[in-house]
Design a protein around this ligand. Structure first.
Ligand code: IPE
Ligand code: IPE
Ligand code: MG
Length: 244
């Protein structure tokens, strides 16, 4: 299925949009609800966001769902989040296929439960032929860990005599990241009003435009994605060159 570009905006959409989905806990707290209620509502927002991204003609959407640091949260909260992840991986495949969405998981799989790893393998292969949108779910993801892993892979190749240290260039590093073969994010959005990156796509977002929104993730909707894309279109990307 081909992506349907928005007719409202003549400029091409960003190819890759990445979102730090933050604020579930604060959303719940403001309503006197347990944090788990915020996470549940947050997980429900993902479907609409994927649909909106596809309709805007975005080719890659990366969602930060669980960071390598989130393992430090109380066991009950981690269990709730893993439960929501299981539900998503089980129940969303039909919807992803209907919308032409290919699911990929990026992050340190070794720390995830064995049943979750097999649900991921199944979801990735069941959606692997879809071409309208690639959805990267960042799970147990940390940008520093990703770079450490890439360094280890390169060191092993040098130690095995397959590579010289001088062969290590930017392309060699990029090819060993979870995102190998994908374009870098053009636009990184963070909800909840926090203005930090929290170990997300450190290498890949070197030249991304950053948009910080005051909305909490459980309230995020199409209008917020559209507003962030419009903000992106107003920016002038220079990549180090002088102003044109
Ligand atoms: C984002 O919401 C979800 C995850 C990080 C897993 P938070 O749980 O961080 O919500 P706040 O930041 O406490 O409001
Ligand atoms: C970042 O949010 C991670 C995710 C959204 C999955 P956090 O809430 O964990 O980040 P900090 O602790 O505010 O930096
Ligand atoms: Mg948070």
């Amino acid at each position: 299925m081909e992506p349907a570009p928005s007719h409202a905006d003549p400029s091409p959409p960003p190819r890759h949009v990445a979102i730090i989905m933050d604020g579930n806990g604060r959303w719940a707290k403001a309503r006197g609800l347990p944090r788990s209620a915020g996470h549940k509502r947050g997980a429900e927002r993902v479907r609409r966001t994927v649909e909106a991204a596809r309709e805007l003609g975005i080719a890659y959407l990366t969602l930060y769902a669980f960071s390598s640091e989130n393992w430090k949260r109380p066991l009950g909260e981690v269990t709730d989040l893993m439960g929501l992840l299981r539900l998503y991986l089980r129940n969303e495949i039909a919807h992803l296929n209907k919308n032409g969405v290919r699911l990929r998981v990026i992050g340190d799989r070794g720390r995830l439960g064995r049943d979750i790893i097999s649900l991921i393998d199944h979801a990735e292969s069941a959606t692997g032929g879809n071409t309208a949108l690639t959805l990267n779910l960042a799970l147990s993801y940390g940008g520093r860990h990703e770079l450490v892993e890439a360094a280890r892979l390169l060191a092993a190749e040098v130690a095995a005599g397959r590579m010289e240290p001088a062969d290590i260039d930017e392309a060699a590093v990029a090819a060993r990241l979870y995102t190998a073969g994908m374009p870098d994010p053009d636009l990184v959005i963070r909800t909840s009003g926090e203005k930090r990156i929290s170990n997300f796509l450190l290498w890949q977002s070197a030249y991304a435009e950053l948009v910080f929104l005051d909305v909490l993730w459980p309230e995020f909707g199409r209008e917020h994605l559209e507003a962030a894309v419009q903000d992106f279109h107003r920016r002038e990307r220079r990549y180090g060159a002088s102003a044109g």
